[in-house]
Design a protein around this ligand. Structure first.
Ligand SMILES: Cc1ncc(COP(=O)(O)O)c(C=O)c1O
Length: 413
């Protein structure tokens, strides 16, 4: 391959260096940057930074090594990579013209299906990313109430309204009050301390663990009392904790819900759904994107909804995730090497450490042996984590733990 001057001297297959040259941080997704994937072990040449192909719960690096993945694309993939029925639906949508002057009929069909499975959904607006869906829900709440302030708990994406990153105006940040997870007293105090009632209370109903129904009830009551719009961000939890999300599990229903990730098994599609009386405000403000009705994401979502009709997808994800948690958690707790533990609900759990370097060492050792563990975020069980994959994880863990012990095969070396 001939390269221009900027790439001179880099081997063709040095994807890590080539990425670092042309992409600030090495990847456009924060959690996929080498320093976020591996922390202090980001420069270990044996850990993979790019993939060539993914299938089921496996992925292959460009140099042909195979890895079992526990992160499943940050929870975007719940069935498995390249699932045949979803891939067929996407190819079919692409070959029939993925976008046109008119919206595809799939927009209507998938909206109708979401109304059937999400308890609080009567109407739907589609977008592409979770962050977009949340920004739309907040705009709708502000437009409906004529108020500005938001009370929030969770992660809602990278856009201005919910970020304190460099470049976000202070005035935007001041319009949000952040409250701790699962703390009813703190939520009540935050709402009553506001000079005026809020436009919205927005909650991510699973942060490390599933929110208690009692906390969500308090949020519901506060929203009703103050006239605020209650929003649940179910981007990670719908189609996973239950098909209908945490609201199906707890019975507490918000006014608006945001969806994404596993809804389309990794194809970019998100949605705001909710009560018709609230959703209609979408017509009185401006929420629109050229690609919102592009049909491949909608086709993928329809195929995912078919999966949820055929089998209990959340149950199977929880079983697979629970097995991963048990196998990896037991290996960690039984090893003389200490420093990392595994905890959380079975469908999405975390590796936790008080010593950041221990987590880096574990994740790098696992990657060297063919197991991709997500550092600093959730491990997600998927249907594709079948018995064969779980048996391989069980086989790999003793080797990985052994590599962490002092001796000739120290990963720290
Ligand atoms: C709960 C939640 N909401 C919103 C988002 C943002 O979604 P996206 O990255 O698709 O913009 C995420 C992403 O991790 C998320 O976990």
């Amino acid at each position: 391959m001939t390269r221009g001057i900027p790439f001179a001297g880099l081997p063709d297959d040095d994807w890590r260096s080539r990425a670092a040259d042309v992409i600030p941080g090495g990847s456009s997704t924060g959690s996929r940057r080498p320093d976020v994937l591996y922390g202090s072990r980001a420069f270990d040449a044996a850990v993979p930074t790019h993939y060539e192909r993914a299938d089921g719960c496996y992925l292959w690096s460009p140099d042909g090594r195979r890895f079992i993945d526990c992160g499943m694309a940050l929870g975007a993939v719940g069935i498995g990579y390249a699932d045949p029925s979803i891939t067929r639906a996407v190819i079919n949508a692409a070959s029939n013209g993925n976008i046109s002057a008119l919206p595809h009929r799939l927009e209507v069909e998938v909206a109708e299906r979401l109304v059937q499975v999400i308890p609080s959904a009567e109407q739907v607006r589609f977008l592409r990313t979770g962050a977009e869906a949340n920004a739309a829900a907040i705009r709708m709440a502000r437009a409906l109430t004529g108020r500005e302030h938001v009370v929030a708990c969770g992660y809602f994406g990278w856009l201005d309204w919910c970020s304190d990153a460099a470049g976000v105006p202070a005035s935007v940040q001041h319009a949000v009050t952040w409250v701790p997870f699962n703390d009813s007293g703190a939520l009540e105090t935050a709402v009553s301390a506001l000079a005026a009632p809020p436009a919205a209370i927005i909650i991510e109903p699973l942060v490390h663990d599933i929110a208690s129904a009692s906390w969500l009830h308090v949020a519901r009551r506060l929203a009703d009392r103050t006239g605020a719009v209650l929003i649940f961000d179910e981007v990670k939890t719908a189609f996973r904790v239950r098909t209908g999300g945490v609201q199906e599990l707890t019975g507490v229903t918000p006014d608006l819900t945001t969806l994404g990730k596993a809804m389309a098994n990794g194809y970019p599609l998100s949605a705001v759904v909710g009560r018709a009386a609230v959703m209609e405000v979408a017509q009185r403000t401006w929420i629109s994107s050229t690609a919102a009705t592009e049909s491949t994401g909608l086709a993928a979502a329809k195929a995912v909804l078919d999966w949820h009709e055929r089998t209990d997808v959340p149950e199977r994800m929880a079983t697979a995730g629970g097995m991963l948690l048990q196998i990896i958690g037991t290996a960690l707790s039984e090893s003389p090497w200490v420093g990392v533990r595994a905890e959380g609900p079975p469908m999405m759990w975390r590796l936790v450490s008080d010593a950041p370097d221990a987590l880096d060492a574990l994740v790098a050792a696992a990657a060297r042996d063919g197991l991709l563990l997500k550092r600093g975020a959730y491990q997600f069980g998927a249907i594709a984590h079948d018995d064969a994959a779980l048996a391989q994880v069980a086989q790999l863990m003793p080797r990985i733990m052994h590599a962490l012990l002092p001796g000739p095969r120290r990963v720290e070396d």
